[in-house]
Design a protein around this ligand. Structure first.
Ligand code: BGC
Length: 808
């Protein structure tokens, strides 16, 4: 069952009923100011940091769900309604929500009035623009009142939710014509404020929530709207809001639009005041003047659409299957850009007050957007690397505003350092920018201990070698990729963290997954070492990788599949000998991706075991059998009910490792089959089961042990976006940059017999036409009509076009 459809031409998902299973959201903003907007218009806005610069309030875990947002109430005689259906929930004669790339248009119609609300953040502006267009579709003149509503958050979203004894006394506003200024805490240490304005004269306004709503009403029934009369209230303490009232007379057929702007403004410390006690609004006025007319709004929207067209042109495919094409050309790269902008901080499942940017997460996200925004990826790499510690380990998370490592969680996740190698390698392969390796980057944000970026990679690599356990496999530390496999924690007390509370120390728990990752990262590291003249280090790195691969086969192989780990006591985890959790997905994926056991036959066996034991109609579950009781020696993984999250849920992040592994052994049918199971556009037709957006990846789909098998959770902010993109574009379609050229090595299923790809890279354009007979044979390439040996197409000069024909 569907709740809408894709409009590929417009690059939009069109939701046709407001009664979706859950709020289906979109993201506004591409630079500094961001908004989350659901299909009803709910959501919130923040500037750069969802915790410390929150403009508007949102109530997580509220009933009914999705409370707070940009609301426009239309009062028509005694009737009133909202175009996004909620919060008033008066039935609409027509409803439509179009989520596009960084904009959303919600249209509602009732009793012959159409209201269309367009929301976006223009490029180069720290502002959300909301254009409300009202049309009189009836044959008679109509008199309407339009009320806007934004509820201000008192900046620090954590404090806003917890510190009421202070917060209910600090709210302040200024009103200046049609502009409402939110100035809470501006008198003290803040030099930023928010403005919410409209380009039309007001019939009234409200800035005090209780005056607008009435003491006992909710958003569905504000008293000012019920009465058709704003109170002209001036907030002082309690809860400041911004609400404008506009009176409109519409002749039959007439259309009127007005532009609301919700902006964020910062003043230099010595220019805070216009006069004592009055905020300096000069910058705000400049901002508002940029979006004061319909024409300006149209131009800004066109510019935003053009920005996306250019960005998405770096990889385009035509396969004949619209579901594949819309994932690859539109929605998956868009999802990757959202993870670039937001990391794991603000979604409908991440409150924006929890985690900052993850070291591991950000490096992996990079794999999905490095070709879209290479210059910004470079900056991101340098930020991340600056949080690395001198011994090669890394803060697990850092705050986006300060770019400093987060002490609450600290370090000790022993896979973290290796992801920096993976991220930097992807960047250099994409851009050829070797100079980044010489950039001086601090350790622990301390410029006194800066070193070239290459030195950071070296310390990452050697951190693993300096931390090997009894079987010469890497020590796991607090956890590896699987944050919930906590082999040193032994937590027996509620309320303590599974990751950071370690009540046993020891150098015994080992991770086969990190071993696989190490062997995968080693050749990337060695190749980079060679390019900066460290030939000896490159040779050594390859030897270490060979040794580690042999160690994995000797101590990390269980007979039918790769082991997951050794626990604190040296007992195997993820072994047929275990009572529960006998086989895990992660080492099967990464060990095969690294090439371990490919020649010797273990790789194929391991992937066959995955198919037999872990594959379900909704994707590959993380492990089996699910843990049915808490295993203190394994940690958080066994705390989830069977089938959810890391306890045998389908983790959409690591499924692509199996997909890529299948291409490593040449099984394109299996790879594509697994990819399709998770791709949101393919799951659209079972939206009543999947329940989340059919255009964005979810972190997790409930596994077969869960009563709600197939139901997705935690959409948008997940490494699933980057890895699924890498799997389909670089390994199934098979086009990926390497240091020496563009690798073109498709591994396709029979159902994609003809594929064309346009890939822009390093200034040249590669037009690739693939004819796939699906017999599993090796690809044969002709480059500009000349056959070449192998599948590596040498880099072409910038500005040139290269025609590549591929026969598989
Ligand atoms: C974290 C990842 C982690 C994954 C698996 C996610 O919530 O962001 O860093 O790899 O869970 O535990």
């Amino acid at each position: 069952m569907r709740f809408g459809h894709f409009d590929d031409e417009a690059r939009e998902y069109v939701i046709t009923t407001p009664r979706t299973p859950r709020p289906w959201i979109n993201y506004l903003g591409t630079e500094e100011l961001f908004g989350l907007v659901s299909h009803t218009g709910s959501g919130y806005t923040f500037y750069r940091d969802a915790r410390f610069r929150r403009l508007t309030r949102y109530r997580y875990n509220s009933v009914p769900t999705d409370a707070g947002g940009r609301y426009f109430y239309i009062r028509d005689g005694n009737d009133f309604w909202t175009p996004g259906w909620a919060p008033v929930r008066r039935e609409l004669d027509r409803y439509e929500c179009r989520h596009g790339l960084s904009y959303t248009v919600i249209t509602g119609e009732r009793n012959g009035i159409r209201a269309e609300v367009l929301c976006f953040v223009p490029l180069g502006a720290a502002a959300e623009v909301h254009r409300v267009r009202l049309t009189n579709l009836s044959g008679r003149p109509r008199t309407l009142q339009l009320f806007s509503l934004a509820e201000f958050c008192l900046w620090n979203a954590w404090d806003d939710q917890t510190n009421y004894q202070r917060n209910l006394s600090i709210g302040e506003v200024e009103i200046d014509g049609s502009a409402i200024y939110h100035t809470t805490e501006y008198r003290e240490r803040r030099s930023h404020f928010a403005v919410y304005a409209v380009n039309a004269p007001l019939a009234g306004f409200d800035t005090d929530r209780e005056s607008f709503l009435g003491a006992w009403n909710g958003w569905s029934e504000p008293q000012a709207v019920v009465d058709g009369r704003s109170r002209n209230s001036v907030a002082s303490g309690w809860s400041p809001i911004g609400s404008h009232q506009l009176a409109m007379d519409l002749a039959p057929g007439e259309e009127r639009s007005c532009v609301f702007v919700l902006g964020y403004v910062e003043n230099p410390a010595d220019e805070k005041w216009e006069r004592p006690g009055v905020v300096n609004k000069a910058r705000a006025r400049e901002l508002l003047a940029r979006f004061a007319s319909d024409a300006q709004v149209d131009a800004a929207l066109a510019e935003l659409k053009a920005y996306w067209t250019v960005m998405l042109s770096s990889y385009r495919v035509a396969t004949g299957d619209p579901r594949v094409d819309r994932m690859v050309n539109i929605w998956n790269p868009y999802n990757c850009m959202v993870t670039f902008n937001i990391s794991r901080s603000a979604s409908y499942f991440e409150t924006g007050i929890g985690r900052g940017m993850g070291f591991r997460d950000s490096n992996q996200d990079l794999l999905g957007f490095v070709h879209l925004v290479p210059a910004r990826a470079r900056e991101r790499i340098l930020d991340i690397a600056a949080t690395q510690l001198p011994d090669g380990s890394a803060y697990h998370q850092y705050q986006p505003l300060t770019k400093r490592g987060n002490n609450d969680i600290g370090s000790g996740f022993n896979d973290d350092p290796l992801w920096l190698i993976e991220g930097v390698a992807a960047y250099v392969e994409e851009t050829g920018d070797l100079a980044i390796l010489d950039e001086s980057v601090p350790f622990d944000n301390d410029p006194a201990i800066a070193a070239p970026l290459f030195e950071h990679l070296k310390r990452s690599f050697h951190h693993v070698l300096a931390n090997l356990g009894p079987h010469s496999l890497p020590l796991i530390g607090r956890a590896d990729w699987n944050d919930c496999l906590n082999l040193n924690c032994f937590s027996e007390t509620p309320d303590e963290s599974f990751q950071t509370t370690g009540n046993r120390t020891g150098r015994s728990a080992e991770s086969v997954f990190i071993a696989g990752l190490f062997v995968h990262a080693a050749p990337l590291y060695a190749a980079l070492a060679e390019t900066v003249g460290h030939a000896g280090e490159a040779v050594a790195a390859r030897e270490h990788a060979g040794r580690m691969a042999r160690t994995v086969l000797a101590h990390g192989w269980d007979g039918e599949w790769f082991l997951r780990a050794y626990d604190f006591f040296g007992n195997p985890v993820g072994s047929a000998a275990c009572e529960e959790g006998q086989i895990f997905i992660e080492p099967q994926g990464f060990c095969v991706m690294a090439g371990i056991g490919v020649a010797e036959g273990q790789a194929r066996k391991a992937l066959d075991a995955v198919k037999a034991r872990l594959a379900t109609p909704h994707g590959i579950v993380l492990q089996q059998p699910a843990y049915t009781r808490y295993h203190v020696e394994l940690g958080e993984i066994s705390s989830y009910p069977p089938g959810y999250k890391e306890n045998a849920g389908v983790f959409c992040h690591n499924n692509p490792w199996i997909i890529i592994a299948e291409t490593v052994i040449g099984r394109g049918e299996h790879a594509f089959e697994y990819w399709r199971k998770l791709a949101p556009a393919f799951r659209e037709e079972i939206s009543e089961v999947h329940r989340l957006e059919p255009y964005a990846y979810a972190q997790m789909i409930a596994g077969r042990d869960a009563p709600r098998h197939g139901e997705a959770k935690n959409s948008w902010l997940t490494g699933a976006a980057a890895w699924n993109y890498v799997a389909i574009t670089q390994h199934i379609l098979g086009v990926r940059p390497e240091l020496g050229g563009l690798r073109v090595h498709p591994c396709l299923p029979k159902e994609l017999p003809e594929v064309t790809i346009t890939r822009r890279c390093r200034g040249a354009e590669y037009r690739i036409a693939i004819r796939n007979r699906g017999d599993g044979g090796a690809p044969a390439l002709r480059v500009n009509s000349t056959p070449i040996a192998g599948t590596l197409v040498p880099w072409a000069p910038p500005g040139t076009v290269v025609e590549i024909e591929v026969e598989v």
